[in-house]
Ligand binder design. Structure first.
Ligand code: ADP
Ligand code: 5GP
Length: 200
């Protein structure tokens, strides 16, 4: 017998903490990951591609999707809407792929409430000073946006204890190995197997 169903993995953490970097590395370590592509009203950054990094939407288009019940969760974050399209998540889980939701804390709380099968991981920076330096080093946001994101980060860090796992992203390789281990453990949970004598 084997568990043929994938694990739904929530990864939250302040902007600039290294979620994209660590998830990218885990994707190299194991071939059974599917990154859920979110919809957002945020403008694309240089180098971002529609349908790969995000589905870029107008606010009106996004609100139509909300009305149609298209989202597993959605939230407003620093002035923009972000949401996880529900359909592809369940299709991938049924196909045995582990689905990574890289989402902020309000959306994570919605998924935790709706999906008790989800595994929740908070990726924390080693310090606030290091977080600021990573955000600035990435060079993708202006100074005002960085300051708003750092303010938001303080509130987000206070929620870390509500997640099943906390991984500190000091070293990318270590953090990636820890996330890899959490996914493997999640996949071994008895909840994926039938009751009693039907186990095998
Ligand atoms: P997020 O997806 O959480 O917003 P990114 O993955 O874009 O964060 O990382 C933000 C910046 O920090 C990037 O420039 C990235 O290269 C860098 N970074 C990520 N993880 C580490 C780490 N462990 N040590 C040093 N720099 C890192
Ligand atoms: P960014 O603008 O830097 O790409 O993302 C800003 C924040 O929104 C990050 O914390 C990111 O994880 C989060 N985010 C991305 N997609 C979604 C989503 O579909 N839902 C929610 N709730 N947050 C998201």
């Amino acid at each position: 017998m084997t568990n043929k169903k994938g694990v739904l993995v929530i990864v939250s953490g302040p902007a600039g903490t290294g979620k994209g970097t660590v998830i990218g590395r885990v994707g190299e370590l194991r071939g059974d990951l599917r990154y859920s592509v979110s919809a957002t009203t945020r403008a694309p950054r240089p180098g971002e591609t529609d349908g790969v990094n995000y589905y870029f939407k107008t606010r009106e288009e996004f609100e139509t999707m909300i009305g149609a019940g298209a989202f597993l969760e959605y939230a407003e974050y620093v002035g923009n809407l972000y949401g996880t399209p529900a359909g592809p998540v369940d299709e991938s889980l049924s196909a045995g792929l582990n689905v990574i939701l890289e989402i902020e804390v309000q959306g994570a709380a919605q998924v935790m409430a709706r999906r008790p099968d989800a595994v929740s991981v908070f990726l924390a920076p080693p310090s606030l000073a290091e977080l600021e330096s990573r955000l600035r080093g990435r060079g993708t946001e202006d100074d005002a946006t960085i300051r708003r994101r750092l303010d938001t980060a303080r509130g987000e860090l206070a929620l870390a204890k509500g997640y099943q796992y906390i991984i500190v992203n000091d070293d990318v390789e270590t953090a990636a190995r820890e996330l890899d281990a959490v996914i493997t453990a999640g996949r071994c949970r008895s909840m994926y197997y039938p009751e009693g004598e039907n186990l095998l």
